[in-house]
Design a protein around this ligand. Structure first.
Ligand code: ADP
Ligand code: GLC
Length: 498
């Protein structure tokens, strides 16, 4: 599609964004933040953007001006499936929800039972999402609209790419974005029929993966274009260390694999306007940050010590996130006026280890379990550093929030963490480029050394303030990410039209 001078970059391109979560209604991690921010940024750039999500109760309840655009009857194991179109408050674009209480009205989180096991019928629940996406994109669901391009996020939406590739005749292009390669979306090949997929797709040149079907493999194999959420992760996943067994396919597809960094939604994450904080601040007036830190120490029962270096962590508690590396390190650092405020939920063993640490060091370590949006803001803002010791990290958002809030990130230099944090080496400090602390191996010793470096710099207030201001000046804007996606979307629709 040629874009005339002066025309907005989106040029009216019709885009269907397909995903399984969206902040603030349904969120388990960064995907929810991305799906709330990228579509509006694409719309601001002039694209005709619509969203498709499973009809979880909080979304159906919030949907305004809703009307049924299609009744699909009994399908994917559900007695009734309807597609509704409406608007979600605060989101200025049309939203489609798949209304099927049997499939989506469940306790627990979108993917897991209350006992944290996968719902056994997840292949059907997300198979339906991909199937509706392909048909909505092709114009068969809402008679008023069809898409030029369907953008599927993570394995939950990946089957859309398979259905589109198998569609005879003209069809929308497909883009598949990997947010986390480790979740492969496995299913029994006996289910191919109920997922509306031909048996021929169950092949190495198809969606077969180690003798099973895989939603992830379907996305990686069938999409016209692949992206992931940072340039470094785009390279890493072509290696055996990070490729989760997909590295061969990803190497082969590298000409159509791009890395585009996520952004920060500054309507949600901005220390100058954040309603969750006791005081607001910006880089020109940092007094508010000290107040937020003092209030946080007080409310979490930490020692009221303005000079202590407070480490903040907000995370899913999963092996990926490397929180276990922090536990030992904190035992050594607590004697050196380093404190930890951690908010997370997930793996029961990691929770037990953290609870034990907090029991040993009550004035230096606070751990809060569960999901708490307000506390996540107060920790990111009140902390001096935000630690992200992930073993791998496709992009990572909490380090970006840390930068914006003047809370220097301490990160393992992988994936998006490597792309967004500039290490406080002496040379980078001298050149006023440093924004945080990066370490190169996922070991306790390396994390410990990085925290120790942070603590030494923290004890030097003028140099620390310089680091904070440089961090706060970073601009990870969704508008820039949207412009990159749109350039890619134009290239892929152009390729398909030839
Ligand atoms: P991932 O998507 O791998 O979990 P990201 O860093 O991309 O990691 O995004 C995590 C998002 O989830 C951030 O917005 C973070 O603030 C939020 N988050 C993680 N754990 C919690 C929690 N326990 N309570 C509130 N927010 C959380
Ligand atoms: C995934 C990744 C995380 C990324 C997020 C949003 O959950 O683990 O690194 O920031 O998706 O893209």
């Amino acid at each position: 599609m040629a874009v005339a001078r002066g025309q907005p970059a989106g040029g009216g391109m019709r885009l269907l964004q397909v995903a399984a979560e969206i902040f603030p209604w349904v969120k388990t991690g960064g995907l929810g933040d991305v799906v709330a921010a990228l579509p509006p940024a694409l719309a601001r750039a002039g694209a005709d953007v619509r969203l498709l999500l499973p009809g979880y109760p909080p979304l159906l309840e919030a949907l305004e001006a809703a009307r049924v655009v299609a009744s699909l009857g009994s399908t994917f194991g559900a007695a009734t499936v309807e597609v509704r179109r409406g608007r979600l408050p605060g989101l200025d674009l049309p939203v489609y929800l798949i209304d099927s209480p049997f499939l989506y009205d469940r306790p627990g989180n979108p993917y897991l039972t209350p006992d944290r096991g996968d719902w056994p019928d997840n292949p059907r629940r997300f198979g339906l999402l991909g199937w509706v996406a392909a048909h909505l994109g092709s114009g068969d669901v809402d008679r008023d609209w069809r898409a030029d391009l369907v953008h599927a996020h993570d394995w939950h939406a990946a089957l859309a790419c398979a259905h589109l590739a198998l569609h005879p005749g003209p069809r929308p292009a497909s883009v598949f974005t990997v947010h986390n390669l480790a979740f492969v979306g496995e299913f029994d090949p006996l289910q191919l029929g109920e997922l509306q997929l031909p048996r021929s797709t169950f092949a190495p040149e198809g969606l077969e993966f180690h003798g099973k079907g895989s939603f992830m493999k379907a996305g990686l194999y069938y999409a016209d274009q692949l992206t992931t959420v940072s340039p470094t992760y785009a390279h890493e996943i072509q290696t055996s260390a990070f490729g989760c067994g997909f590295e061969g396919l990803l190497m082969r597809r590298s000409p159509v694999l791009a890395g585009i960094l996520n952004g920060v939604d500054t309507t949600v994450w901005n220390p100058a306007t954040d309603p969750h904080l006791e005081a607001r601040y910006d880089s020109g007036n940092l007094a508010g940050k000290a107040q937020v830190k003092a209030a946080l120490q007080r409310s979490l029962g930490l020692r009221a010590d303005p000079q202590a270096m407070l480490v903040g962590v907000v995370t899913r508690l999963a092996y990926q996130k490397g929180v276990d590396l922090l536990v030992q390190s904190m035992r050594q650092l607590a004697g050196e006026r380093v404190q930890l405020a951690l908010l997370g939920s997930g793996d029961p063993q990691i929770e037990r280890d953290l609870a034990q640490l907090a029991g040993e060091l009550p004035e230096a370590v606070s751990v809060s379990f569960g999901y708490d949006d307000a506390l996540s803001h107060r920790i990111i803002a009140g902390a001096d550093v935000v630690a992200v010791p992930s073993r791998y990290e496709p992009c990572g958002l909490t380090q970006l929030y840390g930068l914006r809030y003047g809370s220097a990130p301490v990160v393992h230099a992988v994936g998006g963490l490597a792309d967004t944090v500039v290490d406080a080496s002496e040379a980078n400090l001298q050149a006023d480029r440093a924004t945080g602390f990066a370490f190169v191996s996922a070991t306790e010793a390396a994390l410990h050394a990085a925290l120790h470096r942070a603590q030494r710099l923290h004890a030097d207030p003028p140099r620390w303030r310089q680091l904070m201001r440089r961090a706060m000046a970073q601009d990870f804007s969704w508008d820039e990410a949207a412009a990159r996606y749109l350039a890619l979307f134009r290239a892929v629709t152009g390729r398909l039209a030839r």
